[in-house]
Ligand binder design. Structure first.
Ligand code: ATP
Ligand code: MG
Length: 636
């Protein structure tokens, strides 16, 4: 058996041969003439000259082989509906949607913005765009008009696909008024808006602009729309990053490289097999939804579960009931969702037959050890952390335990794993730009040129921003910066210590917020914690912790809070040393997060330093910040 390290090395040293083999996983109309064009760094072009189509690879080729196999399983616990589409049925719906788009004059290279709840029509729209070579730009349905308007402005779509409403926790959330307002706010106006009417919220169509999906579908059903063969480097979509550190960046993805990278990751990383079922609990508005609700599983010939609803509705067992019913083999979620479940009785997990499930993958933010242990023990399946970004499109760090002839690697709590094939990952000293090769040295996680297939091509409409943002950050080195801070152990496992923006400098000691958070969350009373660095006259910076308790009564009085604060500080002293001890531990009921569930440390830090928190368009619950502010008023 080969070691994974050898396998990984070969993917870099014999780069073109490696990816030429991987390219066999998908159908090409014309095979690639060149595997990787590196003539214009930092840009890279993969599978040059090859023509292919994402929709063909995700839908048509499976519909031809196994037309009645399940492709899309939609379950809504919001509206108590479900629909199951075979590959043949999915193809018919996608062709019909493509016919509607085409009739409206949408063609190759045109942008289509998708502002939709988690309903099958959203998947049809994405795949229909891919089919005709239009570029989709999905905007998370939870965003309000301001965030939507800036994205309309940036993507300049010819058409927008939307719906009357979404639903969250049983409450109808009308989309149409937000969309109308966003279009009003934006200087770009789409020619047409295609409305899916779910019958949840009444709305007034705008004459001459708004089209009814059901009416158009009734007319065009059965229309055949062939796949448009696209050169591998044709853009397939744009998608904005979560906006955790500031203004979101419009990530642009290619076609062929993305399809190949997803196909390879579905096999080697996730171990998904055609005919099985994949369940990702993400949303189509995020990169995980693009790669591992829609494209990845379908390209692999798997059925994919699209779930509309909360993880705890009707009860905290709902996901596991779906695992049992649909014999889910691979599942993908986020630590933030697991923390929600953790507040409920683990008996909900034991109620269902989970024997089909092989592994649960988690990504999106640091996976703290207590959460990982809890879910792993409750489920009885391996938990695999994977680290990546909207920019990369697929995991950069994980363990790839499904490669034939390659020895599997154990996972290690607290670490997402090792660099995935194709990624030449280096840790660099932030100031000198020098590579850190020894164990336990902290540095910025970077990727050497070229980025592997599937990663961003550029920032939409702004090559200069792509170069400036990602490739020039570290003392003139031409490397891609992830802006995450990490450390590698002697066996090559990488631990993410936080974002480079979040590194705290206490009296000359550099600490990742993540290190302190990990330590604090090991205290049994703590459910969740955010640590930020705050300017301090004496020490340069001090750490400030905001913690959510498992049981809020533990800090019900100022005396109790003070005692618990001292306890938490003692834990940090013991694990990391007094230098890492937060100046204050404040107990809150909720932490400020982005809509994708990421901690908004930047906003907490600004509030703690009495500054304006800046762009808050992606914040989920603004009251979280108000709470922190109120607590800080007497403290700072
Ligand atoms: P923006 O770039 O707009 O500030 P964002 O970085 O939050 O937003 P995403 O692309 O959605 O947008 O998130 C990627 C980031 O999430 C990573 O750079 C990293 O900081 C964090 N992350 C993702 N997965 C993990 C993981 N498994 N462990 C630790 N951190 C993770
Ligand atoms: Mg980012």
């Amino acid at each position: 058996m080969q070691t994974y390290a050898d396998f990984h090395r070969r993917s870099l040293v014999e780069r073109d041969a490696f990816w030429a083999e991987q390219a066999q996983r998908i159908d090409w109309q014309t095979p690639p003439q060149q595997i990787c064009d590196t003539s214009r760094p930092p840009f890279a072009r993969w599978f040059v000259g090859g023509t292919t189509n994402l929709c063909h690879n995700a839908v048509d080729r499976h519909a031809a082989q196994r037309p009645t196999d399940r492709a899309l399983i939609w379950v809504s616990t919001e509206t108590n509906q479900e629909r199951i589409y075979s590959f043949a049925e999915l193809q018919a719906e996608v062709e019909c949607m493509a016919a509607i788009l085409r009739e409206q004059g949408v063609g190759k290279g045109d942008r289509v913005l998708v502002y939709m709840p988690m309903i099958p029509e959203a998947a049809f729209a994405m795949l229909a765009c891919a089919r005709i070579g239009a570029i989709h730009s999905v905007v998370f349905g939870g965003f309000a008009s301001g965030s939507l308007a800036t994205r309309i402005e940036d993507a300049t779509p010819a058409l927008i696909v939307s719906a009357d409403a979404g639903s969250r926790g049983g409450k109808v959330v009308p989309y149409k008024p937000l969309l109308d307002e966003a279009i009003q706010l934006s200087s770009h106006k789409p020619a047409k808006v295609l409305m899916v009417n779910r019958g949840l919220a009444a709305f007034e169509p705008v004459a001459g602009r708004d089209l009814d999906y059901a009416a158009a579908r009734a007319v065009l059903q059965g229309t055949r729309v062939p796949c448009e063969w696209l050169e591998s480097n044709s853009p397939s979509y744009t998608l904005y990053t979560s906006g955790t550190t500031g203004k979101p960046k419009g990530v642009q993805r290619d076609t062929g490289g993305y399809a190949v990278a997803l196909a390879a990751s579905m096999d080697y990383v996730y171990g998904g097999k055609a005919g099985e079922t994949y369940f990702s609990t993400s949303d189509i508005g995020w990169v995980v939804g693009h790669s591992y609700i829609i494209y990845g599983p379908l390209i692999a010939g798997m059925a994919t579960v699209m779930y509309e609803g909360l993880p705890i509705q009707p009860d905290a067992g709902v996901w596991w009931s779906l695992v049992e019913r649909f014999k889910v083999t691979v599942m993908f979620s986020a630590p933030t969702a697991v923390r929600v479940l953790k507040k409920h009785d683990p008996a909900y997990l034991k109620k269902y037959d989970l024997s089909s499930l092989r592994a649960l993958f988690l990504a999106g933010e640091p996976l703290d050890e207590p959460t990982a242990r809890w879910i792993s023990e409750s489920l009885g399946v391996p938990i695999v952390d994977n680290y990546w970004q909207t920019e990369t499109g697929w995991p950069l760090l994980s363990v790839a335990n499904h490669i034939p002839g390659v020895a599997p690697m154990p996972t290690r709590f607290g670490s997402p794993g090792v660099p995935m094939f194709g990624y030449d990952v280096r840790l660099l000293d932030e100031n000198t730009g020098l590579e850190l090769t020894g164990a336990d040295q902290k540095g910025v996680l970077t990727i050497r040129y070229p980025l592997p297939p599937g990663c961003l091509q550029t920032v939409w409409g702004d090559d200069e921003r792509f170069v400036r943002t990602y490739w020039t950050g570290i003392s003139g080195q031409q490397v891609y910066s992830t802006f995450d801070w990490g450390v590698r152990d002697a066996d090559g496992y990488t631990f993410i210590l936080g974002r480079t923006d979040d590194v705290i400098n206490v009296a000359g000691h550099r600490l990742g917020t993540r290190e302190i958070e990990e330590s604090i969350s090991s205290h049994p009373a703590v459910a969740e914690v955010a640590v930020v660095g705050v300017a301090d006259q004496l020490k340069g910076q001090v750490a400030l912790a905001f913690a959510v308790l498992r049981d809020a009564s533990r800090a019900a009085t100022p005396e109790l809070a003070k005692a618990l604060e001292a306890e938490v500080m003692k834990v940090v002293d013991g694990q990391l040393g007094a230098v890492a001890r937060p100046a204050r531990v404040l107990f809150v009921s909720v932490l400020p997060k982005t809509r994708s569930g990421k901690l908004l440390r930047r906003a907490l830090q600004a509030v703690a330093e009495g500054r304006d928190p800046g762009d808050l368009t992606t914040i989920d619950d603004p009251s979280a910040l108000a709470q922190a502010k109120a607590l800080l008023a007497p403290a700072v």
